[in-house]
Write a protein of this length. Structure first.
Length: 79
């Protein structure tokens, strides 16, 4: 196994990071990647309201005790 500074910094086993992946980046997917040793990601743009994102973060925390991230888009919202 290759141990990198990124692994140490993020507290992950493998230097594999799941991208935002738009609508596919659910709490379940993020937790699965994190539980496997990588860095899972939830995509914030899936939720029009902050309460939905907060609930998804709570769900991910319930599914894993490992590190995961939340991808926040810097692009302007299109109507």
């Amino acid at each position: 196994m290759i141990k990198t500074k990124l692994c140490d910094l993020l507290g992950i086993e493998y230097s594999i990071m799941k991208g935002g992946m738009q609508w596919l980046a659910t709490a379940e997917f993020a937790a699965t990647v994190s539980n496997a040793g990588g860095l899972g990601t939830i995509n914030a743009t899936r939720f029009p309201e902050a309460t939905g994102l907060a609930a998804e973060i709570r769900k991910a925390r319930a599914l894993t005790d490992k590190t995961f991230t939340v991808n926040i888009s810097m692009l302007p919202k299109r109507d």
